[in-house]
Design a protein around this ligand. Sequence first.
Ligand code: SF4
Length: 232
Amino acid sequence: MTSTVDHEAIATAAGRDLEEASAQDVLRWAAETFGKRFCVTSSMEDAVVAHLASSVFPGVDVVFLDTGYHFAETIGTRDAVAAVMPVNVITLTPLQTVAEQDAQYGPHLHDRDPDLCCSLRKVEPLNRGLGGYDAWATGLRRDESPTRANTPVVSWDPKRRKVKIAPIARWTQEDVDAYVAANGVLLNPLLWEGYTSVGCSPLSCTRKPVEGEEARAGRWAGSGKTECGIHL
Ligand code: SF4
């Protein structure tokens, strides 16, 4: 097995070499380079990256963070993905249930301290869950928000010491829509109800955007928070 130092060098070289590669070629490279030590993470807003990965690496692990605050539609999307796609869905859960967190920190922590809530319910479980992998893929896209505008296709994740892959970083929403239509990719039904970014269900965490807002404007709207911490 290569060392983490080698992985950093691999990430740097791939980030340079794969910038213009297709999403399938990026994922094929990841599967060939890391095998079962590569996974896809999915919020279950859609199954686009899971679909792309499964087309070049059937049986790929798809990691989902069950925060305990998801919409029923998101859990349903996860279950549908597990049922019909050639992937291995792995559900990660926080160390505490919502009830246990409420008992320690008080109810509605998401309204009072969303950074702490996300740290407990997203960041810690993901960091723990990625322990068995050398590389992980996400669905980050440059056109989603200004904070994601410089997302590399392949990079070194220094906090987790993993190779981080964003195979559709260069895709636009139109590219996503075309791929979904051409391949019958599963979508979270909330996307048909006007949501353009689906996170946890408390209104302080996810609301529908209003006319003219960017796709992620409904996430932690009005709080100044734009990311859960996984991608910072
Ligand atoms: S998105 Fe909201 S409910 Fe979900 S973990 Fe973050 S603060 Fe908590």
